[in-house]
Design a protein around this ligand. Structure first.
Ligand SMILES: Cc1ncc(COP(=O)(O)O)c(C=O)c1O
Length: 401
């Protein structure tokens, strides 16, 4: 068997675990196990004939790293495999992917529909940019049992998209992707899912009928808290259009070095997600039994309103959870008393992180609006890390007093 064929043999049928480890193999002159890092801004040509062939697509090649780079392309290929799409486009951050995708879908179309429970950065982007540009933004509440019927009543066929997360940040609401995508398909409205909390290991929105899936690769895909990145995956035509337009000219390009770190991080994504989930289950059960905790929001707990839907569309409930204390003072004191669990707004790292949205991520959102989305003064969000869960429970137990 020739080397190129051997390299690809077996991968197409391999499980996602194996694919994450082996990535997408390309023939390498040195037979290196790991992909090379092409830390270069530009690419050169031996002659003008080659320039013509590369620019017309007759020959595979790269021109300038803002448009494309071999290390970044490898990361895109791996995410495409894991998310079961046709193609992906990488960005410098999750917000880079979100803003470019929404701008792309909004062109020539009308309203963008979003649930009120959405990441605060996405909310800020649509408020600060889309609305002033005259693109209507319509908000829906995904928590009442009849939310889909209500959305059906207002969703028009020329809408730009429905953009959502599930589970949502930070309230951990679970939205039914199968039912939502079948409603949107009937109206020809694309559904875009920010899959950051679940990762492609625990949930594949494209296989549930959604059109595009986005990650803040900064979080679980990188997995080590040492980079920023983003990616959107979907059908070949849409991704090619995003790549050639917003992906190239809004300038939010993933650096080759971060793509290389991401390729390394993804190799352990499955293993990490198993441990994050095991730890989150243990922490959630402990918190659910603690007298000072008013509510625990974790889709792996049977009393969570999204428990059944989460079971039907996720492999496991993942490593994120939130919980509520009585008031702002209690929540801030717990953060101050924790010694192992660190205060920080990011998530998906080996270290457990806690954030108080009232004082941190949601600080600049109107108080009434914070309460309306379920962020109460005593609300805390935790990214459960990879430590021994006994240590995490001990730290929380001591901090709660
Ligand atoms: C669910 C979700 N989506 C998107 C983002 C934005 O990603 P980035 O910080 O990489 O721009 C975040 C960041 O916290 C997030 O939590």
């Amino acid at each position: 068997m020739n080397e190129a064929k051997k390299n690809l043999h077996g991968l197409s049928e391999a499980s996602p675990v194996t694919r994450a480890i082996h990535g997408v193999r390309h023939p390498d002159p040195w037979r290196a196990l790991n992909p090379p890092l092409y830390q270069t801004s530009t690419f050169t040509f031996p002659d003008m004939e080659t320039v013509d062939r590369v620019l017309t697509g007759e020959e595979e090649g790269f021109v300038y790293s803002r448009g494309g780079n071999p290390t970044v392309a490898r990361f895109e290929e791996v995410v495409t495999l894991l998310e079961k799409g046709d193609a992906s486009r990488a960005f410098a951050s999750g917000m880079g992917a979100i803003s470019a995708t929404i701008v792309h879908l909004s062109r020539g179309r009308k309203a963008v529909h979003l649930p009120i429970t959405i990441y605060s950065g996405t909310r800020a982007f649509v408020r600060k940019f889309l609305e002033p540009w005259g693109i209507p933004v319509r908000w829906f509440d995904p928590r009442p049992a009849d939310w889909l019927e209500k959305l059906d009543g207002v969703l028009e066929p020329d809408a730009a998209c429905v953009f959502l997360e599930t589970p949502t940040n930070p309230t951990m609401d679970v939205l039914d992707l199968r039912r939502l995508s079948s409603l949107c398909r009937s109206k020809d409205v694309p559904v875009v899912v920010d899959n950051t909390f679940a990762t492609p290991v625990l949930q594949n929105p494209l296989t549930l009928g959604c059109d595009l899936v986005i990650h803040s690769a900064t979080k679980y895909l990188g997995g080590h808290g040492d980079l920023l990145g983003g990616v959107v995956t979907g059908d070949a035509e849409r991704i090619a259009a995003i790549r050639g337009e917003e992906g190239s000219f809004l300038g939010s390009t993933l650096s080759p070095f971060n793509a290389w770190l991401l390729l390394r991080g993804i190799k352990t994504l499955h293993l990490r997600m198993e441990k994050h989930t095991e730890n989150a289950r243990a922490v959630a059960s402990f918190l659910a039994g603690h007298p000072k905790i008013r509510r625990v929001h974790y889709p792996g707990l049977p009393f969570h309103p999204g428990y059944a839907v989460a079971r039907s569309q996720m492999v496991a409930p993942g490593g994120m959870l939130s919980f509520e204390l009585a008031d702002v003072r209690g929540a801030r004191e717990v953060c101050d008393r924790l010694s192992l669990i660190r205060i920080g707004v990011s998530l998906g790292d080996p270290e457990s992180l806690i954030e108080h949205p009232w004082s941190m991520s949601h600080r600049w959102i109107d108080e009434e609006e914070r309460r309306a989305v379920g962020v109460t003064p005593g609300f805390l969000r935790m990214s459960v890390g990879l430590e021994s869960w006994e240590d995490l429970v001990r730290d929380l137990d001591r901090a709660l007093g």
